[in-house]
Design a protein around this ligand. Sequence first.
Ligand SMILES: Cc1ncc(COP(=O)(O)O)c(C=O)c1O
Length: 407
Amino acid sequence: MNVSHEPRRPASPDAGEIFGALSSELETLKAADLYRAPRVFEGRADRVVVKDGWELLCFASNNYLGLTADEAVIRAASEATLHYGTGSGASRLVSGTMKLHVRLEEELASFKGTEAALLFGSGFAANLGTITALVGPEDVVYTDRLNHASIIDGSRLSKARVEIYAHADAADLESRLVRKDDRNPGRRRLIVTDGVFSMDGDLAPLPEILKLAEVYDAWVLVDDAHASGVIGPRGAGTADYYGVDSPRLIRLGTLSKAFGGEGGFVAGPADLVDYLRHKARPFVFSTAPSPATTATALKALEIVQTEPHRRERLRANAERLREGLLSLGYAVPGGPTPILPVMVGEPATAVALSKALEDRGVLAPAIRPPTVPRGTSRLRVTAMATHTHSDISRALQAFREVRRGSP
Ligand SMILES: Cc1ncc(COP(=O)(O)O)c(C=O)c1O
């Protein structure tokens, strides 16, 4: 007989007990209407998307020019994969740099009117890498209250002193620049702002910010994630829109929005870019973008530069949508951009409105805290260059019905 004389161990806790604290946080999110589950779509990210077999008109993406589904862009990505393979195989400084990367960096620099540019795996990585490389514990970052999470995280990670100024408020920025903190005098001063604010659609007061940078000897990092390819006579972003330039300006962008792919970049003076090539950790320690991703951006950049009518169409569509929503009585603040925030207030109301629109075939997502401040939940409605007049009329009809509360 084989009897074990081992002392009995107490039963080990199961995963439910070990991670119990997380489960109860999730319950708290549910109770506050802040729980999120991604919608799953079939097929392409285009002006019409398919969910559970149903077509929905998409007013919910950053694919402003419709390039994710553009045949020339798709062909360029496919040919790059056939020619160069699926991956770059290593980080840029090891063996991952291909001619495609170098060409894209040169083209981006020329587009932005700078000496050089550096590619990152994403816009998030570009912000994290750039801010942490440029400033440290001795320095000060001045950041707009509504800046993107990647700027907030980059600023925190840098360990610089962080001064948060009121949204798009150059006077408040100046009141902070003028202060002398004797215990921690700013060795470097970096002002960081979204060019186009991602959830509000308004613009940073870049001309005033550049003047302040001159007076107070600061550098300026403008994040043109939602501006590149979208605003300005050349589609080159916020500085292009205002017609301003400055040797203090560092231009950051993404390739994931108007450019229809993924990736981020920084454009500026050659020495700054060279420095980032050495110091920006998400550049140094991350695999180089794939050939398909890089070729997508190259073709999209060519289209942005040679087909300005797409930008004009986007502007006209955004204007039509904005006027329609305003005439229905919705509050739609913002600026001359395709991002139209339909202000609602409470998370539950935003979710209910979004759901009612979806039931009518229109996708317009609810945006809630922590993405936006408490009490400012909204629908983030975005126009695309490829929306037809009939798409916009259908969307406005849906907004009319849900306003009236009709079935
Ligand atoms: C202002 C801003 N900066 C940076 C990012 C991050 O870009 P990516 O999605 O390419 O990582 C976003 C994207 O949401 C953004 O809105």
